[in-house]
Design a protein around this ligand. Structure first.
Ligand SMILES: CC(C)(COP(=O)(O)OP(=O)(O)OC[C@H]1O[C@@H](n2cnc3c(N)ncnc32)[C@H](O)[C@@H]1OP(=O)(O)O)[C@@H](O)C(=O)NCCC(=O)NCCS
Length: 184
């Protein structure tokens, strides 16, 4: 049984959301709608409602209890607002022990090293409690910020996948990268 993370970094607390966080998640979605839209799947208008946020949180907790995915939020230290999100998704056990990593930071926190701080802590947890061996993260070639962040974190390029994910309604090529647990 995996103990869900509750991580503290200098600027953030990182944990699973519970239903009492739904309003904070909604605020994050609404405030960052335009900022995130070019890098995410198309969102229906109900995505920006409290009931959809509640559904997302409940689904996320169910996925975590099944060890399939851990969608985490990074809040400010007083837990007043969501600053960033990170998700260890598509977890495969057995001989692979791998997952995909997704992430985003609030527009107002961009360019401050916060995403890197949060991901360093999250990835350390993934090597430890989660017992993963490989974390994979993929980005569109024009997502320069994401490319720089992954390089800083030690992710290495493993390939290039054409028409890989449907982002903002378009099947987009992605650069495939991964980081492997250092001591394994
Ligand atoms: C991709 C994304 C998470 C990158 O965020 P970011 O804030 O640029 O990443 P970092 O946390 O690594 O911050 C790096 C910047 O902070 C600066 N910085 C300031 N203080 C810092 C510190 N203490 N430590 C490290 N960097 C610091 C760096 O110099 C760098 O600045 P620059 O952007 O001017 O070069 C963000 O652009 C985002 O949320 N985009 C939309 C969603 C998205 O694309 N998700 C990923 C899909 S693959």
């Amino acid at each position: 049984m995996i103990a869900w993370p509750d991580l503290q970094t200098p600027r953030a607390r990182i944990r699973m959301a519970d239903t009492s966080d739904a309003l904070k998640l909604l605020q994050y979605r609404v405030e960052n709608r335009a900022h995130l839209a070019p890098w995410e799947p198309l969102r229906e208008s109900d995505y920006f409602t409290l009931s959809h946020c509640l559904q997302t949180i409940e689904h996320g907790r169910e996925q975590a209890s099944l060890d399939r995915a851990y969608p985490l939020m990074a809040l400010d230290v007083d837990e007043e607002a969501v600053l960033a999100t990170l998700t260890f998704a598509n977890i495969v056990r057995g001989a692979f022990q791998a997952c995909h990593l997704g992430y985003g930071v609030a527009a107002r926190m961009q360019g401050q090293g916060l995403m890197r701080e949060v991901l360093e802590a999250g990835i350390a947890w993934a090597w430890g409690e989660l017992g993963l061996h490989r974390v994979m993260a993929n980005y569109m070639p024009r997502n320069v910020r994401s490319a720089r962040l992954l390089a800083q974190l030690g992710f290495e390029r493993e390939g290039y996948a054409k028409r890989y994910l449907q982002i903002a309604g378009v099947w987009e090529d992605h650069v495939l990268t991964a980081r492997v647990r250092p001591d394994a």
